[in-house]
Design a protein around this ligand. Structure first.
Ligand SMILES: *Cc1c(COP(=O)(O)O)cnc(C)c1O
Length: 450
């Protein structure tokens, strides 16, 4: 098995750039988007090769045995690891400033693996209540069935309220930098401080801002997750996820809390991950050797290739998504038929100050707003949009929008929707990469039809 990421492999992958004199980590994020993760040697393919092979050949059983014992680095079966995936995981780890990374089949799998790698029956999670619906279900329903408890806290809670949520069995803290779809902005330092005071790592889902606009590790996060399906791919082409380890959490200092990392894994030849791979490599190596082996949520190398094409232009696309999001938010805020707009780039937004700190270059292209006429106004408005398509998706090159009341939440009454903080007239619009004047003109003509 490949010693995931960093410890051996990324040393080679990160460092050699134009003669090996510079380290990839010395470059700015724009350069990392284009070149981190894969550095071909003399005569090798310039673009990342798609290793479309389930398995890998060895000359002796002894050589293969060393891989199984995690004594040597190498590949044996694509359900656990594949070189194409590892190039792309190494790039995402470099972008986030982490020490190791891995790809998963989806964002859901990334969040499940990140949590389940350190939680087991009897564990407890503290999570922001303002998170993606799929993750909310994962934690509150599916993981509850596994005997893992959760306490949800408001992202805006006081430090005291946050500290009160912890229990002796708390093993992880979870939140989203910019929450989908509520667009709340998390005070990452507040959550990191509380997590560390209680001996638990902070896991941050950084899907919406991407590392181009925020790097949670710089603010104290220990593990960063992504739905790469969104801006990282950015073209609506491939579902995927990623996990990055900051390499900073001292598992051995809390060995009694994290037996999976700090005591021998009998299912893996008695390896103690935190001892063998240290702070920098233990989390991702265990996640690969154990969870990927048993649950198999691997990303296909084809999808990893597509994801890398997206990453190559992420730093060019994100500023345009932000520019369009800001322009659309400002236009909507000034419109008489619009009741409110949520966008952290607006000075009137509740999260404006928090965003100035964590997202100085802007957050993302997703804006939500409420129409005065409620459900029927939203329906009329969306029906007349020409450029913005109705989709249950966000964060790709083409502008799309959704009215939860008539789609994802259509089983709920107007009263139930209001109570859940999703008024019937709420529309979420994900601004793509089109010209902002065309987008605004499209919104204006559709608003005129109400
Ligand atoms: C979409 C999304 C997910 C789930 O990702 P999939 O790739 O759809 O499985 C998780 N977190 C956030 C913030 C998301 O937007």
């Amino acid at each position: 098995m490949k010693n995931q990421g960093v410890r051996k492999e990324n040393k080679i992958q990160y460092q050699v750039y134009q003669g090996g004199s510079n380290k990839m980590s010395d470059y700015k994020i724009n350069t990392k988007c284009v070149q981190a993760g894969y550095t071909p040697k003399n005569g090798e393919p310039r673009q990342i090769p798609i290793i479309q092979s389930t398995t890998f050949r060895y000359e002796t059983s002894e050589a293969m045995g060393k891989l199984f014992d995690l004594e040597e680095s190498g590949y044996f079966y694509t359900r656990l690891q594949n070189p194409t995936n590892d190039y792309v995981a190494a790039k995402i780890a470099a972008l986030e400033g982490g020490t190791a990374g891995m790809l998963t089949s989806s964002g859901q799998a990334a969040n499940f693996f990140a949590l389940f790698n350190i939680c087991e029956c009897g564990s407890h999670i503290v999570s922001s209540s303002s998170i993606y619906g799929g993750t909310f279900n994962l934690i509150s329903v599916t993981m509850a069935k596994m005997g893992i408890d959760v306490t949800f806290v408001s992202p805006d809670c006081s430090e005291d309220e946050l500290n009160d949520a912890f229990r002796e069995n708390t093993r992880a803290v979870f939140g989203e930098t910019i929450a989908n779809p509520a667009l709340t902005v998390l005070d990452i330092e507040k959550f990191a401080k509380a997590a560390h005071a209680h001996g638990a790592p902070l896991i941050i889902d950084n899907t919406f801002p991407t590392p181009v606009n925020c790097r949670p590790i710089e603010w104290g996060a220990d593990i960063v997750t992504h739905s790469t399906t969104k801006y990282m791919d950015g073209h609506g082409a491939a579902v995927g996820g990623a996990i990055v380890d900051a390499g900073k959490f001292d598992w051995m200092a809390y060995a009694d809390k994290f037996p999976g990392l700090c005591t021998p894994d009998e299912s893996y030849h008695g390896i103690t991950y935190a001892q063998r791979f240290g702070k920098e490599g233990a989390f991702i190596t265990k996640c690969t050797a154990q969870l990927m082996r048993d649950l198999g949520c691997i990303q296909s190398p084809q999808n990893a290739y597509l994801l890398n094409l997206g990453l190559e232009s992420l730093h060019v696309r994100m500023p345009r998504h932000v520019e369009n999001g800001q322009a659309v938010a400002e236009f909507l805020q000034g419109h008489e038929k619009v009741e409110f707009v949520n966008y952290s780039g607006l000075p009137t937004d509740q999260y404006y100050e928090t965003a100035k700190k964590y997202l100085p270059d802007g957050g993302c292209g997703v804006v939500s707003f409420g129409l005065k006429g409620g459900r029927s106004a939203a329906e009329t408005f969306m029906k007349h949009l020409k450029l913005a398509a109705i989709e249950t998706h966000v964060a790709d090159a083409r502008t799309c929008c959704l009215n939860p009341a008539t789609s994802t939440h259509r089983q709920m009454t107007d009263e139930q929707l209001a109570a859940a903080g999703i008024p019937a007239g709420l529309v979420r619009i994900s601004c793509g990469l089109e010209d902002k004047e065309d987008l605004i003109a499209d919104l204006a003509q559709a608003l005129d039809r109400i």
